[in-house]
Design a protein around this ligand. Sequence first.
Ligand code: ZN
Length: 50
Amino acid sequence: MTIPIGELPAERPWPDDVWCHLACTTCEQLFRLSAETYRGRGGVLEQIAS
Ligand SMILES: [Zn+2]
């Protein structure tokens, strides 16, 4: 299960994966950051095609 990081509950258990969207303040390019809560590694930052 993957949910937006803004919807992450304060208390565990958390879903295995969370994500959020980031925007560069200079060029406004959008990125999606995915993170795995279970193992604490394996995060991915990927550019979103504009
Ligand atoms: Zn930029």
